[in-house]
Design a protein around this ligand. Structure first.
Ligand SMILES: [Ca+2]
Ligand SMILES: [Ca+2]
Ligand SMILES: [Ca+2]
Length: 351
C-alpha cells in the first residue's frame, strides 16, 4: 500500500505594508583624509516625521568598515562615542569585531532610563573615529546594523507606538587630500630671436587629482602665460647674441585645498635668425597681423620713401629693433622688389 505523500501546505502571508520609517541613519558617501589618524565619521538621524518628536529609548549599533579579512589594508575604527546633545545619557561603547584581531568592527549602545528622549531631525547620533594611517587611496564599505532586534533598539513615537529605525549602508572614500601637481610641460623648447610676442607653446600640468585646475605663472617678466600658452609679451623679444638660452621658472598652483604648487625650470633655446627683417611666419605679411593686404605693400613703400633701398643691418640696430618685416624676399635688402612680391600676390588672387 502506497502512502500518500504528505501534503505540503504552502502558507502565503500577505506582507504588511510597512510604514515609512520615522528615523533613518544613512551615512552616504563619506570622504576621509588618506594616511591620517583620528578621522571622524558622524552618523546623524534623519527624522522623516520631525513634527512627531519620536523618542529614543535605546540603540545598539554595530558598524563595519571594510571586511577586516585582508589581504589589503583597510581603515580601522579607533573609537566610538555618543556625544551629541540629544544622546547624552549613559553611553556605552565597545570596540572589537567578529574577525579575531581585526578592528574593523565597532559596537556601541546607548540607553535612556527615563522612557526615552526626543529626537531632533538631523540630530547627531554617534561619532565613529577612524584611522586611515598607511592608506592613500581606496573606497571601503561602511555597513551599519542594529545589533539586536530587541527592546533596546527601538524608538517610540508619541502615543507609545514603536517606530522602526532604518540603517543604510554607506561607503567611505579616501580622496580628501589635495596632492600637488606632479609635472609641468611646455610643448615648445625654442624661440626665434627678434620676434616680439612669439608663442613658445602650450603649457600642460599633470595633477593626480582629477578636476583640479591650475593657475600658471612665469618668473621672467618678459614672458606671460595666456590661455595656457607660454609666450613673450607683445612688446618683448630676445636676441640670440645676448642670450642663446633662457631659463624660465614656471609655477602651477592647483585649485585644491590647501593649494598645491609645483615649480619647474624650463630651458629655451633662443634661435638665431639670419633674416630678422623677414616675417618668418609669412613673409608677405609685413605687419604680422595674419592677413596679406594692401597695408603690407604700403609699409614697404613707406620704408623705401623714408630711408630708401638699402642693405639692412644684421643684427638690427636701434631704433629699428625689433625690425619691421620689410624684407619680403629674404635677402637682407629692402628694395621695390619686396613690395612687388606682395602686389603680385594680391593681383593673382581671384577678385
Ligand atoms: Ca591637486
Ligand atoms: Ca598684414
Ligand atoms: Ca628683400
Amino acid at each position: 500500500m502506497r502512502h500518500r505523500p504528505a501534503t505540503r501546505r504552502l502558507h502565503l502571508e500577505q506582507l504588511e505594508t510597512r510604514a515609512v520609517p520615522a528615523l533613518v541613519i544613512d551615512p552616504g558617501t563619506i570622504g576621509l583624509l588618506p594616511d591620517t589618524a583620528g578621522q571622524v565619521i558622524e552618523l546623524r538621524v534623519i527624522s522623516t516625521q520631525p513634527q512627531q518628536d519620536p523618542l529614543v529609548t535605546g540603540l545598539n549599533l554595530l558598524a563595519q568598515l571594510g571586511d577586516g579579512r585582508g589581504p589589503l589594508a583597510e581603515p580601522v575604527f579607533t573609537g566610538v562615542d555618543f556625544d551629541g546633545g540629544i544622546w547624552d545619557a549613559f553611553p556605552v561603547t565597545e570596540t572589537g569585531g567578529v574577525v579575531p584581531g581585526a578592528a574593523q568592527f565597532v559596537q556601541a549602545g546607548v540607553a535612556f532610563s527615563q522612557g526615552g528622549q526626543a529626537v531632533a531631525a538631523d540630530g547627531l547620533l554617534v561619532r565613529l573615529t577612524v584611522s586611515t594611517v598607511g592608506l592613500l587611496d581606496g573606497t571601503f564599505p561602511l555597513l551599519l546594523s542594529s545589533s539586536e532586534a530587541g527592546e533596546d533598539s527601538h524608538f517610540v513615537g508619541s502615543g507609545g507606538a514603536s517606530l522602526p529605525i532604518e540603517l543604510h549602508a554607506g561607503q567611505i572614500t579616501l580622496d580628501g587630500v589635495n596632492r600637488p601637481p606632479t609635472a609641468i610641460r611646455v610643448s615648445g623648447s625654442s624661440i626665434e630671436e627678434y620676434l616680439a610676442g612669439e608663442v613658445v607653446g602650450n603649457v600642460t600640468v599633470d595633477d593626480p587629482d582629477a578636476g583640479d585646475t591650475h593657475e600658471l605663472s612665469v618668473s621672467d617678466e618678459r614672458f606671460e602665460i595666456v590661455a595656457g600658452r607660454l609666450k613673450l609679451k607683445d612688446d618683448q623679444f630676445l636676441r640670440h647674441a645676448e642670450e642663446p638660452q633662457v631659463t624660465l621658472r614656471i609655477t602651477a598652483r592647483d585649485s585644491g585645498t590647501p593649494a598645491g604648487t609645483l615649480a619647474v625650470d624650463v630651458l629655451l633655446e633662443v634661435v638665431a635668425n639670419p633674416f630678422p627683417w623677414q616675417n618668418s611666419l609669412d613673409r608677405l605679411d609685413v605687419n604680422r597681423d595674419g592677413v596679406i593686404a594692401p597695408i603690407d605693400v604700403l609699409l614697404v613703400v613707406n620704408e623705401l620713401n623714408s630711408r630708401g633701398s638699402r642693405s639692412l643691418l644684421v643684427p638690427p640696430q636701434w631704433p629699428l629693433v625689433p625690425p619691421p618685416f620689410v624684407d619680403v624676399s629674404g635677402d637682407n635688402i629692402v628694395a621695390p622688389g619686396d613690395a612687388l612680391w606682395i602686389i603680385n600676390f594680391l593681383n593673382s588672387r581671384p577678385a
